[in-house]
Design a protein around this ligand. Structure first.
Ligand code: SAM
Length: 262
């Protein structure tokens, strides 16, 4: 996949391209990255990329001409690429959005700065706007890195089989189970016995149980909109029965206000 980033701070991406899975994907030729400095598409001596907003008000706005030229240059290099503007007003990034983006042959990410980019650039040259959450960053660079990282790990061949993204949280609509490594006991807490058993079926069952339990506790809305299969239904019933037992036990031991005992 070809990835181009348009930014006024190209150096911010040097470390990003050079570490971990992203670096491996590039080394394996699965990702061809490119960082374009928007300043190099200006035609004034001071390489100005911002200007005052029409109508007044606070902050500056990214000038349309250098940005449009940078987008055109990136599009020429990456035929058929989708142009994505990082913006707090965009569609919220999710695993599903990342999967959608990962299907394209090329992506061009635009990193805004100041108060954002001139609206006409968005209308004329942007295919979609992407947000990484309901908060405002000072620039789109970190947001673009987040989006690219989520996309890159989904590309075929980037993660080894053992590390498959298909096991990750959200990929099948659930949160993932917890993970354990050595030592067997840490600060008085033991690794669940089943994980040491070598019984792969029992381990898979335990993981599914934990995955559903985590999802139920932390993100119940994911379960509400899920078409549960028979096994998942059964596991959730077991969790619900366990919860009922705890609550029954609690009410049986409720402090008696008349006895004065707690
Ligand atoms: N004035 C803009 C607004 O209120 O919508 C915010 C501009 S922000 C200070 C500057 C740039 O940071 C944006 O153009 C965008 O590229 C990036 N940015 C900020 N928050 C973001 C978010 N949550 N997701 C993606 N990009 C974001």
């Amino acid at each position: 996949m070809h990835l181009a980033v348009l930014t006024i701070f190209p150096n911010m991406f040097d470390l990003f391209w050079d570490h971990g899975i992203v670096r491996r994907a590039i080394a394996a030729g699965l990702v061809q990255p490119e960082t374009l400095d928007i300043r190099s598409f200006t035609d004034d001596r001071h390489q100005v990329t911002d200007d005052r907003p029409y109508g007044g008000g606070c902050g500056m706005v990214m000038k349309p001409e250098p940005l449009a030229s940078a987008i055109a240059a990136a599009r020429e290099r990456i035929q058929g690429a989708v142009t994505v503007l990082m913006s707090p007003q965009g569609v919220k990034l999710s695993q599903q959005t990342a999967e959608g983006l990962a299907r394209h042959r090329g992506l061009i990410f635009i990193c805004g700065r100041y108060e954002g980019v001139d609206a006409r650039v968005i209308q004329r040259h942007v295919d979609c706007e992407l947000s990484i959450g309901d908060y405002v960053l000072s620039g789109g660079e970190l947001a673009a890195m987040v989006a690219m990282d989520a996309v890159i790990r989904l590309l075929p061949g980037v993660l080894g089989g053992a590390q498959s993204a298909a096991c990750d949280s959200f990929s099948d609509g659930l949160l993932e189970h917890g993970h354990y490594t050595r030592p067997r006991e840490f600060e008085g807490r033991k690794v669940p016995e089943v994980l040491l058993s070598g019984d792969h079926q029992a381990i898979a069952r335990w993981r599914q149980r934990m995955s559903l339990g985590e999802t139920l506790l932390r993100r119940p809305e994911l379960l509400e909109r899920r078409a549960l299969d028979e096994r998942e239904r059964q596991i959730l019933q077991e969790w619900s029965q366990a919860l009922e037992r705890i609550l029954r036990h609690q009410s049986a031991h409720r402090p008696d206000p008349l006895s004065g005992r707690q």
